[in-house]
Design a protein around this ligand. Sequence first.
Ligand code: IPE
Ligand code: IPE
Ligand code: MG
Length: 231
Amino acid sequence: MSQPNAQNVRHLAFIMDGNGRWAQSRGMPREFGHKEGAKVFRRLAEYCSDIGIGCVTTYALSTENLKNRSRAELAALFILLKEYLKDAMVTAPKNDTQVKIIGDHSPLPADLREMIKTVERETSIYHKRLNIAVNYGGRDEIVRAVNRLIADGHTHITEEDIDSALDTGGCPPPDMIIRTGCEIRVSNFLLWQSAYSEYYFTDTLWPDLTEEEINRALDDFNSRHRRFGGA
Ligand code: IPE
Ligand code: IPE
Ligand code: MG
């Protein structure tokens, strides 16, 4: 395997797309793809941490997914998330990782909300950060952040205020966003934070993503010239 070069990557984000197609191409229900996708998420989140990336954000369920996916598919996703959160209580301390579920928790089932609260509280002392986006929409996140600032009495809002009021507050902006699953679009992910992110789109379906391909994406990232508006 090629060597990972994550030196310049403080925050790596993933749009984990393609689970349904991965399963359907094997004649299996979409839920089977999510189950495999969850295994790959665990493995690759740990890999990113091992190669020194301090912040990882993964897109697991969008605000649009919550409205437009079947009850059965959502139920399967919630079970997988609960399984992960239970395990994270053990793995997060070992990996020195704070786990945060970004997105609007309010419409999620009560038992899931309870588990989220517990994991976030128990892991808040650790240094690396893993954000899992659930019922997350970039537009919704900005609206919630602005409303929170208004509720706190702000009458004039700066970019820094919004940065820190977003669900990703405390994280640097994503250096690179990797989207699996063939689609070349953003699908409402990290709209504010991605102003200068580098994108890497791949046809690989999420359950087929490997450490090797992450290394290739990192090599690609390192070959790019980030100008941030400079000449
Ligand atoms: C991504 O996989 C995970 C979620 C959106 C929950 P999809 O479920 O969108 O899989 P495809 O795109 O239909 O293959
Ligand atoms: C984006 O995937 C959301 C997640 C990966 C969680 P979608 O499958 O929902 O995106 P669209 O609908 O193809 O844009
Ligand atoms: Mg999809």
